[in-house]
Design a binder for this molecule. Structure first.
Ligand SMILES: Cc1cc2nc3c(=O)[nH]c(=O)nc-3n(C[C@H](O)[C@H](O)[C@H](O)COP(=O)(O)O)c2cc1C
Length: 183
């Protein structure tokens, strides 16, 4: 689970903590909340040159990734891309789901549309469901408490789909030869 912005006072952190908490209660699931602000990725180079070994190891272990990201000018935060670009093969054939957050009425849907081709370029496999949280200041209280319980139902379906895809892709990685590797 990635917290996808470094902004001070970020509201999307509340969404990330909520979804992480729900995910951690699923039987047989191990999850780690990774704050891109805490990784200390250098900003004077790009890609594998500024790789953080503990982050790469966490991605290598993972069967799936959840990205919680706000919408900034209809896109995703540049820092999120900078951090994600530090890895490559660690993502391949793993499930990814997106939790989008906005203070406006559209819930970050425009951000998701921009992020999807990037996720595909990493080799991640996006699931068909998202969690979109519009008007975020009315969804979480000042302490980060959830004010609108309707989101729990959406998160439940999102996580069910994510876990199914993560398990299915893990089976494929472990049991099914990939002919594309040699072509
Ligand atoms: C640089 C910047 C650009 C933003 N652009 C948008 C936008 O395009 N659409 C939108 O709904 N909200 C936009 N917002 C407001 C965010 O939706 C708002 O900050 C919200 O709380 C989620 O982001 P957060 O995790 O940074 O708090 C923007 C905020 C920033 C800092």
């Amino acid at each position: 689970m990635l917290i996808g912005t470094v902004r001070q006072g970020r509201m999307s952190e509340h969404a990330a903590r909520l979804v992480h908490n729900e995910l951690s209660m699923r039987p047989g699931v191990e999850t780690q909340l990774i704050d891109i602000r805490e990784l200390g990725v250098a900003s004077d180079d790009e890609g594998a040159a500024v790789k953080v070994p503990s982050f790469s190891a966490a991605l290598d272990r993972a069967d799936g990734v959840v990205i919680t990201s706000p919408e900034y000018n209809h896109g995703y935060p540049g820092m999120l891309k900078h951090v994600m670009d530090t890895n490559s093969w660690e993502y391949v054939h793993k499930a990814v789901g997106v939790v989008s957050v906005s203070s406006g009425p559209f819930g970050g849907g425009r951000m998701i549309e921009n992020l999807l081709p990037v996720l595909r370029a990493y080799g991640l496999v996006p699931i068909s469901r998202d969690v979109s949280i519009p008007n975020v200041h009315g969804v979480f209280g000042e302490e980060g408490q959830l004010l609108d319980e309707n989101f729990l139902h959406r998160i439940d379906g999102f996580l069910a789909e994510l876990i199914w895809m993560a398990k299915t892709l893990r089976y494929g990685r472990e049991h099914i030869a990939n002919e594309a590797k040699n072509r």
